[in-house]
Design a protein around this ligand. Structure first.
Ligand code: SF4
Length: 351
């Protein structure tokens, strides 16, 4: 069987642009090429993630052209709800919620329908466009699935929020039940390239994740799928992840930057530099020009004072923290969006 890595590595029809071209022109030409409908090649992706700090602003400017063409100056704000925390039987080495590691995280079973609906109310009050319910699990039990479905039915009666769920690997028929309840999107990240994934997890494989994303799409759900940068992979793994997501035709891509969690196997990893983060994010924008590209977990810890620059590349972000780590205050994020000249997309409750 052809591997996914093989297929994404050989499918690009376009040769790389001349690496001798002046950086300002090289990145502007790449933006033109992508906007004209010719996909970024793997070689071009490698040039982006391996470019120098001297070229960074030219690179961000070019990625910004693509971002503005497809998303204008809008920022979609997403709010997460950790609907079930800790004690996950899987062993993803970056994750503090795995039962295999000694990380300190809150541990609780599935939240009630009322708690999930209350989370949506908070998200709407914060001006979020998307509310994401996430559980720490290999996959949803029957009770968990029905709890989420009933919560979604109630949320959809009250708010115009887009609803995303992230419940792990899906068994046959589960995606269809979520779609019927009103879920808009299903999140399941590939996390890294097919080559690197076995170094991250032994309890399930890259193809298990791939198949869940395909099942979600087949049920009519939008697919939200991304990964984490900075786990010890090579920059070529970033490019191969982006090309795999293009092959999966996902609508939404969260790009996380590892914020090492004490007690996990990756707890001692050094953080990425802000420049590395911005190069990675730019490459995802060129590879996936139209998607809802999200600067996600680890934004504050890895980008530091360069966080606002990510908005010139990504068109969406989380606010109010992440599953197990705090983030910036929603009011600080709102100020950053406004001061950078962008406009947050928000929703209203039904009358
Ligand atoms: S399946 Fe999800 S919650 Fe469980 S260890 Fe992996 S990343 Fe963490």
């Amino acid at each position: 069987m052809e591997t996914l890595a093989t297929s994404v590595g050989t499918r690009d029809p376009v040769s790389a642009s001349d690496p001798c071209t002046h950086p300002l022109l090289r990145w502007a030409e790449l933006a033109e090429q992508v906007l004209a409908g010719t996909p970024m090649t793997r070689e071009q992706g490698l040039q982006v993630v391996r470019s120098s700090d001297d070229e960074l602003l030219a690179l961000v400017q070019a990625a910004s052209r693509v971002r503005r063409h497809h998303h204008d100056n809008r920022v979609r704000v997403h709010v997460l709800q950790n609907a079930r925390s800790g004690t996950c039987p899987e062993d993803c080495s970056f994750c503090s919620q795995s039962v295999h590691f000694d990380a300190e995280v809150p541990q609780y079973r599935m939240q009630s329908i009322e708690e999930l609906v209350a989370g949506a109310e908070r998200a709407a009050a914060m001006g979020a466009a998307t509310y994401c319910m996430v559980t720490s699990t290999r996959g949803p039990s029957e009770v968990e699935l029905e709890t989420v479905c009933e919560a979604v039915r109630r949320i959809k009666q009250r708010y115009d929020l887009q609803v995303c769920t992230s419940l792990g690997l899906l068994a046959e028929g589960q995606a269809e039940r979520l779609a019927a309840a009103g879920v808009d999107r299903y999140n399941h990240n590939l996390e890294s390239s097919e080559r690197f994934f076995p170094e991250l997890c032994t309890t399930h494989g890259f193809l298990d994740r791939w198949r869940t994303v395909e099942a979600a799409r087949a049920a009519g759900l939008e697919a939200c799928c991304g990964g984490i940068l900075g786990m010890g992979e090579e920059t070529e793994d970033w490019v191969d992840l982006a090309l795999a997501l293009r092959q999966l035709r996902v609508e939404s891509v969260p790009v996380n930057f590892l914020d090492p969690r004490p007690g996990t196997p990756l707890g001692d990893r050094p953080r990425l530099t802000p420049q590395q983060c911005l190069r990675g994010l730019s490459m995802f924008r060129f590879a996936l020009p139209e998607v809802d590209l999200r600067v996600a977990g680890g934004r504050e810890a890895n980008l530091g004072t360069l966080q606002p620059l990510a908005l010139w590349i990504a068109n969406s972000m989380f606010t109010d923290g992440y599953l197990t780590t705090p983030g910036a205050e929603p009011s600080d994020d709102a100020r950053m969006i406004e001061q950078a000249g962008f406009v947050a997309v928000s929703v209203e409750a039904h009358g």
